[in-house]
Design a protein around this ligand. Structure first.
Ligand code: GLN
Length: 207
């Protein structure tokens, strides 16, 4: 059975767990480095990226997460989790795993009251062209991407909100809050553990 870890330091980890359990995946909460052992994938949830980063430093998780990703294990960051995966956060110095060649801007759409839902086109879902409900809550925006990064989703105005770099996936929005499990199934396909998902792990976004 596929085993997915969800970093459970702060933020929306329970919601990810619930979606994964619905997909009949074994889920482990990760708070300590040894809990990263034998995972097929890791999700870093949304929440508050400075808090998650500081706690990750405190629990000695930063280097072990880097190591996991370098070994090829898929890692997906949603919202604050995406910030944690970024190489650079514009205007902020904060603890990061920092493995994705992206520069992100925190709170790029404003504060909590400026949260919104936007229908997103996701070419990587292949034939399933139904729009994906993108839930943006104090969301970051991807300002620039390096050459190895594939752009999976843009807002209608052009802003980049989902990317993939090999085994690393990042979404500025919160798929775990939608009742639509296609992004979770896409991630599971990256882990090779979701044969019947109907989604392939091969990218099909822009370069
Ligand atoms: N604004 C938060 C941050 O910068 C992210 C918000 C979220 O994860 N929903 O950390």
């Amino acid at each position: 059975m596929t085993r997915i870890g969800v970093l459970a330091l702060q933020g929306a980890f329970i919601e990810h767990e619930q979606v994964l359990r619905g997909l009949e995946v074994e889920v482990c909460q990760v708070r300590l480095p040894h809990q990263l052992e034998n995972l097929d994938g890791l999700i870093i949830p949304g929440g508050e990226s400075t808090t998650i980063g500081k706690l990750a430093v405190g629990y000695g998780l930063i280097e072990p997460i880097r190591e996991l990703a370098r070994c090829g294990v898929p890692v997906w960051g949603t919202c604050a989790g995406m910030i944690i995966l970024a190489r650079e956060v514009a205007g902020y110095e904060q603890p990061l795993v920092g493995l994705m060649d992206i520069v992100v801007r925190r709170n790029a759409f404003g504060g909590q009251v400026d949260s919104f839902v936007e229908d997103l086109q996701v070419p990587a879902f292949g034939q399933d062209a139904r729009p994906f409900p993108g839930v943006f809550i104090r969301a970051p925006l991807i300002e620039s991407v390096g050459p190895g990064v594939e752009i999976l989703v843009r807002l209608p105005e052009g802003g980049i909100v989902a990317v993939r770099q090999g085994n690393l996936l990042a979404t500025a929005f919160h798929p775990e809050l939608t009742g639509d499990s296609r992004f979770h199934r896409y991630f599971l396909a990256m882990t090779g553990g979701w044969a019947e998902s109907g989604l392939t792990a091969a990218g099909s976004g822009e370069r």
